[in-house]
Design a protein around this ligand. Structure first.
Ligand code: GCU
Length: 610
């Protein structure tokens, strides 16, 4: 009876469920945070038995009893109580981290898994507000805190947060998160992808402390096309957000601008700047920018640069630039799970720099924030993309809203990163009326959120009608993007490497062209000859032939070969060669450089000096 009473007490909490997450807090990276990372207990729940009753109704939307609702972490009150789970006797997973790479029996697991963490919260400074911030959870997260459902987040690669100020206790705060990585036809991405479906709390979980009226969001970038004007806004959140004073300081430039927010807590600004050191590869200058509101300060490290196109050129700070790139999946070269640490980012980006890159394509979804912060510091330009990949349900409104939300969260998180120059809407999607509507809406949304960066998408090439051995881009979205990018696999999926010398290109749009993918598979250490598939010689031969072909495509302003490192994929099952890995990397998953690595490195070094 006692047990039922305590459950009913919780019922009152549940009924005031907060659905949906709060506005994303920008620059959590530099704020006052308390980490909730570490060992979390977990329960694997493929039948979602901890979420649904036997009528398949969610416990958190039904009247009691919920004895088996995992989010309550119920304990038997006496010897008669029936409780059929116990988090505290279960094993633990390291958070952050995908579950697949932490336990052999979870390598292929796709379904629901419950995480549980208890923690004390000592800093009960009542003038502070406290937010639970997730770097990412793949794919769908249901978050419960001290018996209350905070909300749900869908999308595996962007951050989200919930305010918990009024729910926190000094002792034994109970955080329970259900993460479900099932692939869904209506999902973004959908059922078929060529990467591993790593599930879980894949990025850090933090408590972010803010003032009662805090700096929730801001954009501080160069005005589009203007090397000497900083333009942007600051958005406050809290009761005192209106008519509030904010100071924007860039002390090195002797800039100190006073702003006053409007009734909605927002202040817009344009600040003329002299003697700015513009961010660029080779000289990635970052300024310390301080925003001081009445109750708190937020500091960020921001680079200032312009990125534009002029005809078929890409202009960085008004000067033409060639993008010497490489594509990268978010997989750790140090432990082969989802990459997530600064060390993972350091290793991946250092290999890109060793290749001679000034640009990376972060495929096929937003990577962890360490990658962008490090690209800022290392002077690598970045293509970021959302996982609108292959066969998305173009006509499904919920699918579109999901894609748009992921795009919004990506831009909101990274809009102050100088390294990010391109937002990509999609990868290898079919030229269909419904898809064109879907992508056009995404492109409009991207431009409304950020008019300073370029938009693109990895399109597909086709035969040029009526002209033999000639390829082109026959896709209406090519008229929407700023940069015309396409993937091509001549010599791998399309003939043999020497076919490259027989193909011409005729691309009519007067736009910069990026080749967003080309490549070939090679098993590291497998040598025979350049005509034998999977050998290092074949891959190297394909690179040589492709690079010669690229030199003959007039408007090409760069490319990002597929891919830096071999990566896990359930689609790649050839024994002794693939064994569950896509082998198009220039390095193996063990970090072994293949011959083609040096071929590309030599080409980029030549490109730099000529
Ligand atoms: C496609 C796709 C990649 C995939 C690659 C391949 O172009 O964009 O995600 O891994 O080809 O087939 O290896």
């Amino acid at each position: 009876m006692k047990h039922l009473y305590s459950t009913l007490l919780l019922l009152s909490f549940i009924s005031s469920t907060i659905s949906g997450q709060d506005n994303l807090i920008v620059n959590a990276y530099n704020r006052s945070t308390i980490s909730i990372d570490g060992e979390w207990h977990y329960i694997v729940d493929p039948y979602e038995n901890g979420y649904y009753n036997y009528r398949y109704e969610p416990f958190d939307q039904q009247p009691a009893p919920w004895a088996s609702a995992f989010f309550l972490n119920s304990k038997p009150q006496d010897s008669t109580d029936l409780i059929e789970y116990d988090f505290d006797k279960m094993p633990t997973l390291q958070v952050p981290g995908d579950w697949n790479s932490q336990s052999p029996e979870l390598l292929y697991y796709e379904g629901s898994l419950w995480y549980k963490k208890s923690f004390d919260y000592k800093q009960l400074n009542r003038t502070k507000r406290v937010h639970l911030y997730f770097g990412a959870a793949n794919y769908k997260a249901e978050v419960y805190f001290n018996g209350q459902k905070l909300g749900t987040h869908i999308g595996g690669f962007t951050p989200f947060n919930f305010e918990v100020t009024d729910l926190l206790k000094e002792k034994d705060n109970l955080l329970v998160v259900k993460v479900d990585n099932k692939r869904l036809k209506e999902g973004v991405p959908t059922l078929n992808t060529d990467w591993w479906n790593y599930g879980g709390l894949t990025r850090s979980v933090q408590l972010v402390e803010t003032a009662s009226t805090f700096i929730e969001d801001y954009s501080i970038q160069l005005k589009k096309g203007d090397l000497n004007t900083i333009k942007g806004y600051v958005q406050l959140n809290g009761e005192a957000k209106a008519q509030s004073k904010i100071t924007l300081d860039i002390s090195e430039l002797k800039v100190s601008t006073s702003l006053t927010t409007d009734t909605n807590g927002r202040a817009n600004f344009e600040i003329p700047i002299q003697n700015l050191k513009h961010w660029e590869p080779g000289n990635p200058y970052l300024y310390t920018v301080t925003l001081s509101a009445e109750e708190e300060k937020v500091v960020d490290q921001i680079g200032f640069r312009t990125i534009e196109t002029r005809g078929s050129q890409i202009l960085l700070n008004k000067k033409p630039i060639y993008l010497k790139g490489i594509s990268i999946h978010e997989e750790s070269p140090l432990r082969n799970g989802r990459a997530l640490t600064p060390e993972d980012a350091e290793q991946l980006l250092n290999w890109a720099l060793e290749l001679g890159c000034n640009y990376v394509r972060l495929a096929h979804y937003p990577h962890n924030e360490h990658m962008l912060r490090l690209a800022d510091k290392k002077g690598l330009m970045v293509w970021e993309e959302i996982p609108v990949y292959w066969t998305i349900l173009w006509k499904n409104e919920a699918t579109y809203l999901n894609a748009e939300n992921q795009l919004t969260e990506m831009i909101r998180r990274d809009k102050n990163r100088a390294s990010t120059i391109i937002w990509s809407m999609a990868n290898e999607t079919p030229n269909l009326p419904a898809r064109n509507i879907f992508l056009n809406k995404l492109a409009t949304k991207a431009k409304s959120l950020d008019d300073t960066r370029l938009i693109s998408a990895a399109l597909e090439q086709k035969d040029y009608p009526g002209i033999a051995n000639t390829r082109t881009i026959n896709d209406p979205f090519a008229d929407v993007v700023d940069v015309l990018s396409f993937n091509q696999y001549i010599g791998w999926y399309d003939g043999l490497p020497d076919k490259c010398s027989k193909i011409s290109w005729k691309i009519d749009q007067d736009k910069p062209i990026l080749i967003s993918e080309f490549g070939a598979g090679a098993k590291a250490g497998y040598y025979k000859d350049k005509h034998t598939r999977w050998t290092e010689e074949y891959q190297q031969h394909l690179y040589e032939e492709t690079l010669s072909m690229i030199d003959r495509i007039v408007k090409v302003q760069g490319f990002s070969p597929w891919i830096l490192v071999d990566f896990r994929s359930p689609r790649r099952v050839l024994p002794e060669i693939q064994d569950g890995w896509n082998r198009k990397g220039l390095l193996s998953e063990k970090g072994e450089k293949k011959e083609a690595f040096y071929t590309l490195q030599k080409y980029y070094n030549y490109k730099t000096t000529n």
